[in-house]
Write a protein that binds this ligand. Sequence first.
Ligand code: ZN
Ligand code: ZN
Length: 360
Amino acid sequence: MTREEHRARRDRIAAQLAGREVEALVVSSLDNVRYLTGFTGSNAILILTPDTAVLFTDGRYTLQVSGETDVQAVIGRKSAWVDAARWLKRKRIRKAGFEAAATTHAAFRSVSRLVEDRVALEPVDGLVEAARMVKSAREVAAIRRSVEINSAAYAGAVARFRHGMTEQELAAELDYQSRLGGASAPAFETIVAAGPRSALPHARPAARPIGSNELLLIDMGALVEGYSSDMTRVLHVGRPSKKARELYAAVREAQEAAVAAIRPGVTAGSVDRVARETLEAHGFGEAFVHSTGHGLGLNVHEPPRLGKGEKTRLEAGMTVTVEPGAYLAGFGGVRIEDTVLVTAAGSEVLTPTGRGFNVI
Ligand code: ZN
Ligand code: ZN
């Protein structure tokens, strides 16, 4: 992302402050700080006002901050929160918005104590997250690279699958291939769950060997240039039973129907409904225990949520996952997940990996 792009994003947020009746916004979500400045340090508070931006961090980041952003930086010795609070007081800001969801109670208390009754602090959540939903061309390009690296890592690791391998070993191979391919890290902890454990939607890889006649669920994402991808595929070790094939076919139909329902103007909830009704028609309504998808970008889970009753209308440039699943206790689960770009014409599935039921 360029400095011009970061500046335009800050201007856009600053222009909304008056509407929220605050003179400044204290940005403490690190993803939001990165989005608005390019700074990637682990300690940062950004204060935005209609005419200025100041970034508070510490001495570990002196060099990095000047390389990553042209925003004025204050290098503190204490907590960035303390310096930010003093700045608000000194600048006689009377009312500042802060991100409640990204502020600990301890930080809020120490800031309140420092500013006394001179600065009123108002929770203003979701302002930057709303701007982040629609991606720029550069962001979409980063997500495309992330998706490509992720799918190549998946193919590379699956090709190295050996019978008797444990879930942990396969997860390690997936992560290794992903880093070799150019990811800076996994976008989240890689999920490998075989057999009955695949019925746990967020299983941690276990030391258990993957059996020779089991469903094998892999959910993985790559972090590339700060941007995430997210993909789930289910394979079968050995010949799948009729029940496994039926389960897979139903989830695939729901996933493809939900992808086909995506276009600008539809609500996030309506996409979820399409997936849900398809699974219900196959008798798996009760087995679908989560939402259909989520936005992804700098964070692997960000708005909009493709869930029941969600009113957000999709717009071209949003990147979301579509990942219905069905989980049968004691048997196993199937989830199929792609990273999808909302386009003017409808949608483009970015994930290049096929959706077939692969037998290994
Ligand atoms: Zn996933
Ligand atoms: Zn996901």
